[in-house]
Structures are given as C-alpha cells and as structure tokens.
Design a protein around this ligand. Structure first.
Ligand SMILES: [Zn+2]
Length: 210
C-alpha cells in the first residue's frame, strides 16, 4: 500500500479550509489522495462516496464492514461500493478509529434524541442535501455514511455510544482513490452530543495528484 503520511502541504494540488458547520464536495480521481485534517481535534466529518461516472454505485457501509470484519475504519480499510468495488482506501490515519455505523445527524433525529427545541439546528443531513443537489442527487441518494474522527464504540449489548472523540488537533486521515470518486462531506454541526466536543470547528481538505 502506498504510504502517504509524508505528503507535504506545499505539493498539494488543492488546499482549502472548510468552515465549521459547512459541507464540502469534490472529485477525487483514481490515484489521487485526499487528506482531511481535524484542525482543532474532536471534529466529526460525515462522508459519502459515489462512483463519479455512475452515482448509482455508492459507498456501502454494510459491504465495507462485512469485508473488514470490524465496525471501525482505520489504515488499510477499503471503502467498498454497493457493487463490491473499492471507492477509496485509507492510506494513512493518525486517529485509528472511525465510525460507519451511527449515521448522520438530522433535524428529525435531533428532535427525537435531544428534544423538539433542537429542530431549528443545522444538521449533517441538510449539508448532504445541499451538496448532493449540485450533482442532481437528493434525499434518496443519502446512504449509511462514514463518520471520520467520530468515536462510536459498539457496547457489549450491541448499543452504540457517542463519546468523546479521540482525534487530536492536527490529526488527519488520507484517502486514496481506487476509482474516480465523488466525495461529499459534512463538517458536522452537532452541538447536542460529544461528537464534536460540543464545539464544531473547521477542517482542512488537501488533494495530491497521483
Ligand atoms: Zn452531524
């Protein structure tokens, strides 16, 4: 596997800070590497992936977990599509623990979990809808997603816990594309549980050419 951990920011072909609460999307061509930097630590980044030339082929958490034999994503994990093809592979990672079971926050789930007074709050699902609209997609194209830097241990009784993030300031995860992949991210705006340390912060996205 290609070791991307020594890539220099100066050599990146793309380098952008994504503000707290905001969505981001972009095309990652085969062999390119995308880095998400958790600038201030403990910031969850919700992510969806699509085959750029046929978006009906998209990330499948179920197939990815089945192939990995573990519910957590770390270096070496291949993120598989609903057709069993790798979209991207995690080629470097300082966190070692990424969730793909807990889904994305939404206004609806916020009201159920935290009370009706939270319904006005911005959520990852809204970010996904906004960003997918740029590619002719919508609600029906939101599938079970990846939550980078989000600490969601599966408890012995099978329940999921959302607990304090392990990701340190400046921590990063590298994704190298196995096919031309449309990446859609939500820099999670959640403030009602510890997934962002109760304080959403900016992230940085860099891309290096193959
Ligand atoms: Zn969220």
């Amino acid at each position: 596997m290609r070791d991307t951990s020594r890539l220099l920011a100066e050599a990146a072909s793309y380098d952008r800070v994504v503000p707290a609460h905001a969505p981001w999307s972009g095309l990652l061509r085969t062999g390119q590497t995308l880095r998400i930097v958790d600038l201030e630590g403990q910031q969850a980044v919700d992510a969806l992936f699509y085959n750029a030339s046929n978006t009906t082929e998209r990330y499948s958490a179920q197939d990815t977990i089945l192939a990995l034999g573990t519910p957590y994503l770390a270096t070496g994990a291949r993120l598989l599509s609903n057709e069993g093809n790798p979209l991207v592979t995690i080629t470097a990672d300082t966190c070692g623990f990424h969730d793909t079971s807990a889904g994305a926050c939404s206004c609806e789930s916020n009201t159920v979990r935290f009370g009706h007074h939270t319904k006005y709050m911005h959520a990852c699902r809204e970010n996904f809808i906004l960003e997918l609209g740029r590619y002719g997609m919508g609600k029906r194209d939101i599938v079970a997603n990846v939550n980078f830097f989000m600490n969601v241990p599966v408890l012995p009784d099978g329940e999921l816990a959302v607990v304090d993030g392990l990701s340190q300031p400046g921590g990063f995860v590298d994704l190298t594309a196995d096919m031309d992949t449309l990446c859609v991210f939500s820099n999670c705006p959640q403030v009602n549980n510890p997934c962002n340390g109760f304080r959403p912060t900016p992230i940085r996205v860099l891309i290096w050419d193959a």
